[in-house]
Design a binder for this molecule. Sequence first.
Ligand code: PGA
Length: 314
Amino acid sequence: MHLTFRQLQVFEAVARHLNYTRAAEELFMTQPAVSGHMRQMEEIAGLPLIEQVGKRLFLTEAGEEVQKAALEMINRAEDLEMRLADLVGMVRGRLGLAVTTTAKYFAPHLLGAFSRRYPEVDVRLEVSNRETVLERLAANRDELAIMGRVPQGMGVTGTAFMPNPLVVVAPPDHPLAGASRIAPERFAEETFLLREPGSGTRLAMEQFFADRGLSLKGGMELGSNETIKQGVMAGLGLSVLSLHTLRLERATGKVAVLDVNGFPLQRHWYAVHLKEKRLSVVADNFLAFLAEEGAGLIEPVVFGEAGSEPKEQR
Ligand code: PGA
C-alpha cells in the first residue's frame, strides 16, 4: 500500500486542527472517512502519527515529520496549479495572508479590491498579533504577511506599502488634551494601558520609552486594540495606538490624540515573506497590486485632523 495525495491532505487538515470533526468539516468528508484515512496512514508508517491524551490530540514525532512533508507537497501542488493557470493567462489559486491584529482595520479593503480584480483567487486571511504572525511566517504557513516592522535576523524580506502613524490616545477630558508639544518626560508621568506581549504596537511603545531612557508606568494589560480604546475612554490610562484603529473614535470625539514630542511614531506597513520562498503567481500579483495601488485604496490616516487635535501637521 502506498501513501496517496488525498491521505496527505487529510492528515494535514487533522494535524492543523488537532480535531477530527473540524478536519472532516473542512474537507467535506464524514468523520469515519477521515479516521479511516488516518488509520491507513498509520499502517503504512508502521507507527502512530497521532496520540490522544484525555480528550486532546497530539502529533507524535513521526506525525510532525509527516505534517512537514504533507505541507510541502500541498504547497507545491497548489503552486503548480497556479503556474499552469498563469500559462493560460489566468491568475487563479489561493492566497494565504497573515496580518497583525492592527492591520485588520484595512486588510479586508485591500483584499476586497484584489478579489474584484482577480475573482478566481481564493483568499484566506489569518489575524493574530505580531509574534504569532512571525511564528506562522517561520513555519511557512502563509504566502505573505502584513506587519508593522520587518523582523531582523529571520531571513525575511519586506516591502513598505503604506504609512502607519502611531499616536498617543487619551480620554477627551484629559488635562493634556489640546496641549501642544508635550514633553515626553511629562507624558511619561501618566499610566499606560499596554497591549499583550508579542504585540508590535506594544514593542514600538516600549521602544519609544527605552530610546529616551524613560520608564513606562504600565497599568492594565489589555489584549486588543478595541479593549485598549475602551480602557482609554473609561479613564484607565493613556495608550499608543495606530491611527488606523481610531477612525471612528476620532470622528466622534470619543478619544483625544495628544501632541507629544516625538509622535506620531512614523512607521510603515510592510508585506513580508521568507527570502527563500518561491512566491506563487498569485502572491507576486498581490505584491504588485499593493505596490501600485495598495495605499490609494485606504483612506489616508492623518495626524492632526480631528477636532480636538492639534492643527499642525507633521
Ligand atoms: P500588533 O501589530 O497588532 O501585533 O500590535 C502591529 C504591528 O505589526 O506593528
